[in-house]
Write a protein that binds this ligand. Structure first.
Ligand SMILES: Nc1ncnc2c1ncn2[C@@H]1O[C@H](COP(=O)(O)OP(=O)(O)OP(=O)(O)O)[C@@H](O)[C@H]1O
Ligand SMILES: [Mg+2]
Ligand SMILES: [Zn+2]
Length: 358
């Protein structure tokens, strides 16, 4: 069987497959119902959250026999767009073809009617990378677009697009995808793929993906390879260069009990793995933040399991609010030093020792 990465295998075929971005789907549902589809859209937002995906789905909707947000996914246009071979969908990656020649050619060809579909669609990815003269050429056609043309522009850096262009387009900003949606999506896919997984591993992958579904899927692929077909917690922890939450809480417990020997031992053990120390300190910070909230809020809801919550509760009873705040300050200072010093482990040790002796 030919191996296909999850990002390709699970690329949304219709708007129902899309995760999040509901505000955009709703806007297009209305636009199709009212038959008011603009001639140029810009989709902005960070990496791997669905900009190109939405642009392609829109290209399907515009050329599908259904002519609606409910893509049939069986007509010629739908199938050819899915397979990247639809003649009237012209995809340009401005990051790699930012020269004026490409855009000139584009403008010349835009005058001709679509060959097969209802619309000739120009999907320009990373549009902010176009040269100044390319933008001018694009502007020319945006000023008087023929009715058979649609422009779908995607960018991670909306602010770099000239105002004369943005003011002629409708702008949609895509949001990072929230963690609970990513976790649910990964679990659904893994279940369908019949790949067994550790729930906590999925949570770690999602945290590291930081709102990007592409990153989440790629890390999942990598974890499957590392785990020889399964997603296994300690393998994922190693792969991501993170430290398991039980270890992180142990470190705080050792600090509170002034157990310097075991603290140094634990750090030494952890450092035999390829640790991302910035992430390590941010995770400690997150836990201290949770402890502070447990201490101060009357009712604190968290996603931790019972056992972890029990330990955090105990810690919160042992520390005063002022001490927790001081710990947070010390860790924040340590973080700043971490960014400028090469010997990261040394800074980690010094920072945590300061907490012990406080
Ligand atoms: N909102 C989403 N719903 C479902 N799948 C998604 C979504 N966003 C991303 N993906 C998955 O990630 C892959 C890449 O997404 P896409 O190319 O649309 O990201 P992008 O926002 O254009 O990123 P980039 O800025 O890097 O171009 C898709 O093929 C799909 O598998
Ligand atoms: Mg893209
Ligand atoms: Zn169709």
């Amino acid at each position: 069987m030919i191996y296909k990465p999850l990002v390709l295998k699970w690329r949304p075929r219709c708007f129902n497959d899309l995760i999040g971005q509901d505000h955009i789907v709703n806007a297009f549902t209305n636009a199709f119902n009212l038959n008011k589809i603009h001639y140029a859209y810009i989709f902005s937002g960070s990496y791997g959250i669905g900009k190109t995906t939405i642009a392609r789905l829109l290209a399907k909707s515009l050329n599908c026999i259904n002519n609606s947000i409910n893509i049939c996914d069986t007509c010629d246009a739908c199938i050819e767009i899915q397979n990247n071979c639809f003649i009237d969908l012209i995809e340009i990656d401005a990051a790699s073809s930012s020269g004026i020649d490409n855009i000139k050619e584009l403008i010349e060809n835009a005058q001709y009617f679509p060959v097969k579909g209802k619309f000739k669609i120009y999907l320009i990815d990373e549009v902010h990378m176009l040269s100044r003269s390319s933008f001018n050429a694009l502007l020319k056609i945006l000023e008087e677009p023929p009715s058979h043309i649609k422009f779908l522009l995607a960018t991670t850096e909306y602010n770099k697009i000239p105002k004369v262009i943005t003011s002629r387009c409708l702008h949609f900003n895509l949001l990072k995808i929230n963690n609970s949606k990513i976790i649910l999506y990964l679990k659904t896919i893994l279940t369908k793929e019949q790949i067994s997984f550790d729930e906590q591993a999925i949570i770690y992958i999602t945290n590291v993906a930081n709102g990007s579904l592409r990153d989440a899927l790629n890390l999942t692929d990598q974890a499957i390879v590392f785990g020889k077909g399964k997603i296994i917690l300690n393998i994922v922890v190693n792969m991501l260069g993170i430290v398991d939450i039980n270890q992180l809480i142990l470190i705080i417990e050792l600090i509170i009990s002034n157990n310097t020997d075991q603290l140094i031992n634990t750090i030494n053990n952890i450092s035999t793995n390829n640790i991302n120390w910035e992430k390590f300190l941010t995770d400690i910070l997150l836990i201290l933040h949770d402890i502070l909230l447990i201490k101060t809020l009357s009712n604190y809801n968290s996603n931790y399991n019972k056992n972890i919550l029990f330990r955090l509760n105990n810690i919160s009873k042992l520390l005063s609010i002022n001490i927790i705040k001081k710990y947070i300050d010390l860790v924040l200072n340590g973080y700043k030093e971490l960014l400028i010093v090469d010997n990261k482990k040394l800074i980690i040790e010094i920072t945590l020792l300061k907490l012990i002796n406080y």
